[in-house]
Design a protein around this ligand. Structure first.
Ligand code: ZN
Length: 409
């Protein structure tokens, strides 16, 4: 897949904003994610199943709207013989408008990255999480596997491996041609290898130099990869990014790319932890400054900074077990929005003091903050609990902190 330009990202983000603004009066907004390898006929069959299921919905108006939404997707499916390259996502339903009215909306999104799995959801909101996930900046590594006969270049993006180029070399096999002297053969052989390495070095420059790579993994069978990596064939800016030592793998084709990622798993994990440490140290440095520096933490503070667009990097702990919820009192009908903690009882109603608050709508806090940030173009870092610093983020800062672009009073 081609990398998304920042303008594409912006447009995509704006589309998502438009879609997520819609809320249903009831559980009646339908979302369908279709991965690229799914048969359209299977999707249609599935939807027809959901259509007949929906005849059980008690509220007549909700039932009609859900069925209308499913029908609308079934209509739209007819345009496709097969899903587009990255799959397709449908959002249809009646969104609530003023004065108890509703309006039918339908969005069709062909996403910038492949849809991972089929999903049908009927809810009071459209389900956006997988699309937001595509906007989160992912770590990218360059990949090269090489021996004397072949080389393959690729990228590791998040957990996905992309092949960029596969090149066969013209290096002659070890058999001498009749009449050639051993010395002459040796010289030609060396020369061919030199040319091949040079070519791969140039391809690396072309493919990697303009990208923001966190590192480059080189792998291959035997000693060739070391000869290549240490032989001055790689652009000096890229040499700085080589993860050493290089990795022993058996293949030099696409399988080799997968192998090298597998072999480097420990190294990559270590780099992740190092980065978390670095980020947390940056945060701590800011916090320690007498004026509070360019940092803030805690749910309310971070939420406000995000709304102001003041956040450069949002740090979210993966250990956060809270949700943002709409609560409604069963006694007096009082409604509030509040953050609730998994497994903790809800507070009594602030209006009538009865212990009758019930959750109407609930969104995981990690998801809520991540979506809020990505929709504004803010970088999000999910921080594990595996380092001391990661634990600190959860325990001392409530699992949410931000490095700021400017100070927020
Ligand atoms: Zn109440």
């Amino acid at each position: 897949m081609a990398e998304m330009s920042s303008l594409d990202k912006y447009r995509f983000r704006r589309d998502l904003e438009e879609i997520e603004k819609a809320t249903g009066r009831g559980t009646e907004l339908v979302t369908v994610y279709v991965p690229p390898d799914k048969q359209i006929s299977d999707v249609a069959n599935y939807l027809r199943g959901e259509y007949s299921q929906s005849s059980n919905i008690k509220s007549q108006s909700t039932r009609k709207r859900v069925q209308g939404a499913i029908e609308s997707i079934l209509q739209r499916l007819k345009v496709y013989r097969q899903p587009p390259a990255n799959g397709v996502v449908f959002f249809t339903g009646h969104k609530a408008t003023e004065a108890d009215q509703t309006q039918m909306v339908a969005f069709v999104v062909e996403p910038p990255e492949p849809v991972a799995s089929f999903l049908y959801r009927c809810d009071s909101r459209f389900y956006m999480e997988p699309l937001h996930e595509m906007l989160v900046e992912k770590d990218t590594y360059g990949l090269v596997v090489i021996d004397q006969g072949e080389a393959t270049l690729g990228l590791l993006r998040g957990k996905r491996i992309e092949t960029l180029k596969n090149v066969q070399s013209l290096v002659p096999r070890k058999h001498r041609m009749g009449g050639q002297s051993a010395r002459r053969f040796e010289r030609l052989h060396e020369l061919a290898i030199h040319e091949f390495f040079k070519k791969i070095g140039d391809l690396m420059t072309e493919a990697f130099l303009t990208r923001e790579l966190r590192g480059i993994l080189v792998g291959g069978p035997g000693y060739t990869k070391e000869q290549f990596a240490g032989g001055g064939y790689i652009h000096h800016e890229l040499v700085k990014k080589l993860l050493t030592p290089s990795f022993d793998v058996g293949y030099t084709d696409e399988n080799g790319l997968r192998e090298v990622v597998e072999a480097a798993r420990g190294t990559l994990k270590h780099l992740d932890l190092m980065r978390e440490k670095d980020l947390m140290q940056r945060l701590m440095e800011e916090i320690r400054k007498p004026d509070g520096g360019l940092a803030t933490y805690g749910e309310a503070q971070v939420r406000r900074a995000l709304e102001l667009g003041a956040v450069e990097t949002l740090l979210v702990s993966e250990g956060l077990r809270r949700a943002r919820a709409k609560l409604r009192c069963g006694n007096c009908g009082h409604e509030i929005e509040a953050t609730i903690e998994d497994g903790k009882p809800l507070d009594p109603c602030s209006n009538c003091s009865e212990d009758k608050m019930a959750v109407q709508d609930r969104r995981d806090l990690v998801v809520e903050f991540t979506e809020r940030a990505t929709s504004m173009g803010t970088r999000v870092e999910l921080v594990s609990r595996e380092s001391e610093e990661g634990e600190l983020l959860l325990r001392a800062f409530g699992g949410l902190a931000a490095i700021l672009r400017y100070r927020v009073e």
